[in-house]
Design a protein around this ligand. Structure first.
Ligand code: FMN
Length: 184
């Protein structure tokens, strides 16, 4: 696959099949993520690969945050919501908080670039991804389960990824002429 075709297929997926990758896959993924540009070499990142009991607990909290949307007649029961976390692989994206607002912004940019690298790496390995900032990512109970201190660390999202049969909807973007201004 060339760059254009990987980029074109790097889309947000909403449903995943059961996916289990090995440690070496995760190492390759994170090694590439760390190639994101990082102003002043602040290295503001932590990536938590969610496994085992912690994953079960986070899936329970995810269900708690979504259960008002449950509708068993439509198949949106407890299992449906938990499977959103349990079926894909999950990496919790953590930004170590800098002391000043400008560095915080630049560090968030670094993390964002790393997410896009991971998204493209996953696509090149025939997997879909989603960057999720749902309520569970801000739940103090999730910080506690993961041993994170909210004063020092911020969960900027969950990276969900895996095999998916789902086809994302048409990509919605403005046209180049809507956004490109050439000065004279
Ligand atoms: C910072 C950020 C947070 C996001 N959070 C969510 C989310 O919580 N739930 C979700 O379904 N999609 C989330 N997305 C995915 C966007 O909704 C998605 O990029 C958009 O719908 C366009 O689809 P595409 O990525 O396939 O082009 C997030 C994307 C970004 C960049």
């Amino acid at each position: 696959m060339n760059f254009e075709s990987i980029l074109e297929k790097t889309r947000t997926y909403h449903n995943f099949e059961e996916t289990n990758v090995n440690e070496s896959f995760i190492h390759d993924l994170i090694r590439n993520a760390l190639k994101a540009p990082n102003h002043k070499y602040t290295f503001p990142w932590k990536y938590l690969w969610l496994k085992g009991e912690a994953k079960e607990k986070v899936a329970n909290l995810f269900y708690e945050s979504k259960k008002h949307k449950a509708d068993p007649e439509l198949g949106r029961d407890e299992n449906f919501f938990k499977s959103k976390i349990l079926l894909p692989e999950v990496i919790v994206l953590v930004q170590e908080k800098a002391d000043d607002a400008f560095t915080l912004k630049e560090d968030y940019a670094t993390l964002s670039c790393s997410v896009q690298i991971m998204a493209m790496h996953l696509r090149a390995n025939d997997m879909g991804y989603k960057w999720s900032t749902g309520g569970a990512t801000r739940d103090p109970k999730v910080y506690k389960i993961l041993g994170l201190n909210p004063e020092k660390d911020e969960i900027i999202g969950f990276l969900l990824f895996g095999k998916s049969k789902n086809t994302p909807p048409e990509r919605r973007r403005p046209s180049v002429k809507d956004v490109l201004i050439t000065t004279t």
